[in-house]
Design a protein around this ligand. Structure first.
Ligand code: 0CH
Ligand code: SF4
Length: 492
């Protein structure tokens, strides 16, 4: 096998791509020449096609970039599973609007009715070379087209010159991303951490919103993000959930869900005053910490809450007994605790176990009689995901944690992986798979935070598998069986 190649039909395209990009092979224009080039390139271990293209979908504009998720031609469609990471990198590095979707290769320039008929098949862009090149060999394939013509600005119209100039300028910017894609190609091991992804509390919270939508119809209001994940929130928003920051944004009497992270009693009181029909999606394990806070405060203890300032769960727990509770984030916070009454401690459910243990030890060192949970309140799901990611990190050159930036438990997984010895990154989805970091990563660990959907993790794994032969192995540290019942308001 030889290194991956980039193919361009025309000299103009090849010269534009050569700017900071990988070596480019000129194929000549049209499917017949592309077929002959494919025969010459049969040993390449990856093949990218890049150059100008035409839009079938009216949302594509001249100068936009198009990355094919699938290439259609005379034979069976060829999937391009690494399209998302490449499209994401192009978005971040070129500033272009980058579209993704099926591309079709034809043997002539399509116009008018034929263009509309191709668009009706679901194809979004058209070219004249990709299908024969993509079909030759079982290897990673990518196609990037800079859009010249569109349904309302067809080729050979007065707009072709400006469309062509915009596309050429754009083509000159994509070389580095193509190089990163080519460099990322190679065999690797994918180490899947288990358990990973949704926990029982997150599944329950999402199901509560889904059932509320079914039972009451949209809109269903949700105070804060139901869980800290952009995919979950966007999906529910599409289905009619309306996410608000504060209850005064909710119309009186409306169905309102409290997020999995819990709320302070003051929020419940406000919902009562507004006459809202509340469904509480607080995870039962968070609710347990609230109950402990109430119990300790009621018997006169000072409650030290180990957690992160500003996090919704912490704000909710602090609100149970605000006069008696102090947030503890550092050893200095422990040293500053007043010693005028008995001390009890609690922890946020999604902390890194080591961090919480160190602060709990600091509290019991200063207050030997301090009351607290047996170990800490970090939940089973947080603990299991941290153990699993540490397990894969020991074997991995790089760990990818799927989760959104505001997800505390996902961020802790990055830290735990790094402490276990592997560089680690938080990624929201396949578009964030870091091509530039994969070149030397022959073993990649993958996990997902408790709020990250399994389907997003699957898309990340598919993208990695689209970058060369992959050996997929799972490292399971335990099997989870926890389930929670739904609140009565949405029970079947
Ligand atoms: O990890 P955090 O607490 O930021 O929350 P998340 O990402 O929504 O994960 C689910 C946990 C919800 C409450 O414990
Ligand atoms: Fe509940 Fe733990 Fe999941 Fe939070 S991470 S929702 S506490 S099970």
């Amino acid at each position: 096998m030889t290194r991956p190649v980039v193919c361009a039909a025309l000299g103009l395209e090849a010269r534009a791509l050569a700017h900071a990009g990988p070596p480019v092979v000129r194929t000549g224009a049209g499917p017949a020449r592309a077929r002959r080039a494919a025969a010459r390139l049969r040993d390449a271990d990856g093949l990218a096609v890049a150059g100008f293209g035409g839009a079938l979908d009216g949302r594509l504009r001249p100068g936009d970039l198009f990355v094919a998720t699938e290439v259609r031609g005379a034979g069976p469609p060829v999937p391009c599973p690494s399209a998302e990471p490449l499209a994401g990198l192009l978005e971040r590095t070129t500033g272009a609007t980058v579209h993704r979707g099926p591309l079709v290769t034809t043997d002539h320039v399509v116009t008018g009715r034929e263009r509309a008929e191709l668009a009706a098949t679901g194809a979004m862009a058209v070219d004249m070379e990709s299908a024969p090149l993509a079909a030759a060999g079982d290897r990673p394939v990518a196609v990037v087209r800079a859009i010249v013509d569109t349904p309302d600005r067809p080729l050979l119209s007065p707009a072709t010159l400006t469309g062509g100039a915009a596309a050429l300028r754009r083509l000159r910017t994509i070389g580095p991303a193509l190089r990163a894609w080519a460099d990322a190609i190679g065999p690797r091991r994918i180490l899947l951490a288990s358990p990973r992804s949704f926990c029982a509390g997150v599944e329950r919270a999402i199901e509560i919103v889904e059932r509320a939508l079914e039972m009451h119809g949209p809109p269903v209001y949700v105070r804060k993000q139901i869980v800290h994940n952009t995919h979950v929130v966007n999906d529910l928003a599409r289905r009619g959930a309306v996410f608000v920051d504060e209850l005064d944004e909710v119309p009186p009497g409306a169905v309102t869900v409290f997020s999995a992270h819990g709320v302070a009693p003051a929020v419940r009181d406000e919902a009562g005053r507004l006459g809202l029909r509340v469904i509480d999606a607080t995870c039962p394990l968070v609710a347990k910490v609230h109950a402990e806070a109430r119990r300790y405060a009621a018997r006169g203890d000072l409650v030290a809450l180990i957690g992160h300032a500003g996090h919704e769960e912490v704000e909710g727990t602090l609100g149970e007994a605000p006069e008696s509770t102090v947030l503890v984030q550092t050893p200095a916070d422990v040293a500053a605790l007043p010693a005028d009454r008995p001390v009890a401690y609690l922890t946020q459910t999604t902390l890194a176990a080591d961090e919480a243990d160190a602060l709990a030890a600091e509290i019991t060192r200063r207050f030997p009689d301090a009351r607290g949970p047996h170990t800490d309140d970090i939940c089973y799901a947080t603990t299991n995901r941290q153990r699993a990611v540490a397990r894969v990190a020991r074997e991995a050159d790089l760990v990818l944690v799927v989760g959104s930036a505001n997800s505390s438990n996902s961020r802790r997984l990055v830290e735990v992986a790094e402490q276990a010895g592997a560089p680690a990154l938080l990624i929201d989805g396949p578009a964030d798979v870091p091509l530039g970091r994969l070149r030397d990563a022959r073993a990649v660990g993958v996990t997902a935070g408790a709020s990250a959907p399994p389907a997003v993790l699957d898309a990340v794994v598919a993208a990695l598998r689209g970058l060369g032969p992959a050996d997929l192995v799972e490292r399971e540290v335990t099997v989870e069986t926890t389930e929670f019942t739904l609140p009565k308001e949405v029970r079947p």
